[in-house]
Ligand binder design. Sequence first.
Ligand SMILES: Cc1cc2nc3c(=O)[nH]c(=O)nc-3n(C[C@H](O)[C@H](O)[C@H](O)COP(=O)(O)OP(=O)(O)OC[C@H]3O[C@@H](n4cnc5c(N)ncnc54)[C@H](O)[C@@H]3O)c2cc1C
Length: 399
Amino acid sequence: MSRVLSERSIEHVVLERGEVANSWRRERWDSLRLLTPNWLSRLPGYAYAGSDPDGFMNLPEVVNFIASFAAETSAPVRTHAAVTSVRSIEGGYEVATEQGEIHCRCLVIASGANNTPRVPDLHRGVPQSVHCLTTFSYRNPDTLPAGGVLIVGAAATGLQLADEIHRSGRPVTLCVGEHVRLPRSYRGRDILWWMEKSGVWNQRYDQIEDLERARRLPSPQLVGTPEHATLGLNTLSRAGVEIVGKLAAVRDGRALFSGGLANQLALADLKMERLLDTFDAWARESHIDSEVGPVERFEPTQVAPSTRLSLDLRSGAIRTIVWATGYRPDYRWLNVPVFTHKGELRHDGGVVSEAPGMYVLGLPVLRRRKSTFINGAEADARDLAKHLAGYLAGASAGV
Ligand SMILES: Cc1cc2nc3c(=O)[nH]c(=O)nc-3n(C[C@H](O)[C@H](O)[C@H](O)COP(=O)(O)OP(=O)(O)OC[C@H]3O[C@@H](n4cnc5c(N)ncnc54)[C@H](O)[C@@H]3O)c2cc1C
């Protein structure tokens, strides 16, 4: 957003509570690599320029990528300037920061969608003897006690941690609810190549049938590895990870799992097939069938015919629980009445209509399917900057 505001000569400042790329420096586990290939890491006027466009950045590379962008664009960033409060005032906003107060006419909230882990209330029933951590506090398997690990959540994070922790020699049980299955590669191309080229990633928020649902979908079961491996439930199950249904309750020290696992697996398989059908139809219509590999279909997800429905958390078999149940934003500093009864920021594609001059950027499916990812920021920022420039022009013209 800073870059596109600069292009429009709109004076602005970027307030950051830590350092540039703070979330990548402080809030991720050690082995994380992006699940988006390098060629997809694009910011306004800036793209990956290394020798491995099909590879996946590790954490230091992501930090370097974003920090270099900030330096190259001379972004006016004030670091260590946490915003502690925002209030509406006549003609704009009063922003209190650790470094003093600022008055502004427009405010763009770009504080991230993933500020705190989302942990279900049922965590309260977990016996004290079990060590619990979230994907914010997890760094690597060496920091875990020896013994079994229960991972709750089977989106990208849950699967990646299940794989890593299982490889460390600990028995792993993975709770699987609704999930999004994807192969890493399809017909010889990365799956995100298909997403982008076919236009699926670019689909606008106002054309998505069930937008609320799309915004809540778990991240796709993808991992970025040098081998371009597919990491799915079949891979994990074959390696010895125990797959169980969604964690439904913790009662009297027992974890109770949903019996609907088979349905969840079948549904995810079906949705993947439909998406691949969409890609095949697009390839046919675009006459590129000869440029990609032959049509592929993947084996259904298979786990043990009868999976465990409960597990005694007091038995000592499980020493650690990792809550890989997603993230949510933290707006405790925003003292403007723009929230739904669930505490979510009310906006229309990033325009916070109830608070003139206020915008939000960087939320899942904000304006397009790709808004969830780094790659989506540019198009969204351009749209919102256009709106913001119009607002400023109208405001100064007294409209
Ligand atoms: C585990 C994980 C893996 C991901 N993997 C990928 C991937 O492979 N590829 C991909 O494209 N996307 C990935 N994403 C999504 C990606 O993180 C986001 O698309 C991207 O970070 C959005 O950038 P952002 O600047 O909006 O938010 P963030 O990167 O979260 O940045 C928000 C910034 O705001 C600062 N901030 C927050 N509150 C305040 C405050 N009160 N005052 C001042 N500063 C504040 C934070 O310190 C932070 O630096 C992943 C996300 C997670 C959680």
